[in-house]
Write a new protein. Structure first.
Length: 337
């Protein structure tokens, strides 16, 4: 099922949460709504779900205008960040709840709940209560409950935000695998760029109630339309008047063409790479990500004077497509660093 949110505006009193937003979500894909807190991501998700009504604009699901259709008739499964389980019900009863409300025959409920508990790896925990589960298990229960009614769309509001780093990583892998098996159109809200890059087929970057850019993860990373998108999808640093990825700066012992003199202020060993923090003569700072072997080759240490250069093949000029060419660096013309 495809989703088309067309010219959506939403106000809460004097605060405009969404400014004429238009988003297209292809059928069967996993789409991330990515952006900072308060940017409008959850408001858009709730409007798609039918939990909020836009002040202007329309929502179409599979070509049908559902703007004024109640949430219960949209065929949507919704998972909140904090799961919202029925604490007095067992795992089995939580998952079966929507089917019971829909007056589904009992044999089908037993079959469907058993199938879903197996799918999410909770088939041995059906008799437990939510308080007896780990955070990851409660989240999988919430997903099973949302999937029980066989929704046309699955909407997830920061589904892993309340979990620790290790469990979040495990659930990302699990959700991607689950999505490939059930192929339901899925939209999830996140402010974690790594999560969006890893999971999504499409990312919609939202900031200040506006869509900054939408596209495949590699497209947004390699060809951002502006500095905000570039900065939000991966680390950046500034070298002169250029915004650049730290891994696209070379460190040299001697001055070469287009190099910037700098002093190494700090070296941080991060295991798989080293972060070199430098200060330039004008007081500005630039961060370089390099391998430990490359750092050993130039025998660099704190206090040394080195020369930084952007790797060849990058461009900072705006392309004909309205982007910035390859997004490893963006030249910020007529703007102070």
């Amino acid at each position: 099922m495809s989703i088309r949110a067309h010219h959506i505006t939403k106000n809460f009193g004097d605060f405009r949460a969404l400014h004429d937003i238009s988003v297209n979500i292809p059928s069967g894909q996993l789409t991330a709504l990515l952006g900072p807190s308060g940017g409008g991501k959850t408001t858009l998700l709730r409007i798609i779900a039918g939990l909020d009504t836009p002040d202007t604009g329309q929502v179409h699901i599979d070509g049908v205008d559902v703007t004024n259709t109640p949430a219960r008739r949209r065929g949507i499964g919704f998972v909140f960040q904090h799961y919202a389980p029925f604490t007095h019900m067992t795992v089995w009863d939580n998952v079966a709840f929507g089917l019971k409300v829909a007056r589904t025959p009992r044999p089908h409920i037993r079959e469907r709940v058993g199938e879903l508990l197996g799918l999410v790896g909770l088939d041995g925990l059906s008799g437990r209560y939510p308080g007896e589960l780990s955070g990851g298990q409660r989240q999988r229960m919430a997903l099973a409950r949302a999937l029980a009614i066989q929704p046309r769309l699955l909407l997830l509001d920061e589904p892993f935000g309340a979990l620790d780093v290790r469990v979040r990583q495990q659930l990302r892998d699990w959700l991607r695998d689950l999505h490939e098996r059930i192929a339901v159109t899925t939209v999830f809200v996140t402010h974690d760029q790594e999560e969006a890059m890893e999971l999504a087929d499409q990312i919609v970057v939202i900031n200040g109630g506006r869509v900054e850019q939408a596209g495949a993860p590699t497209e947004l990373y390699d060809r951002p339309t502006n500095e905000f998108v570039m900065s939000f999808l991966g680390p950046t640093t500034r070298l002169g008047d250029t915004l650049i990825r730290p891994h696209d700066i070379e460190i040299h012992q001697d001055p070469l063409t287009n190099t910037h003199e700098a002093m190494i202020e700090r070296i941080v060993d991060l295991g798989h790479h080293s972060r070199v923090e430098t200060v330039l003569p004008d007081g500005s700072r630039a961060t370089v990500h390099t391998t430990r072997s490359e750092l050993r080759q130039i025998e660099a240490s704190t206090g040394d004077i080195v020369f930084l250069r952007a790797t060849t093949g990058t461009t900072g000029s705006s392309g004909a497509d309205g982007g910035y060419g390859r997004a490893d660096r963006i030249r910020t013309e007529a703007r102070a660093s």
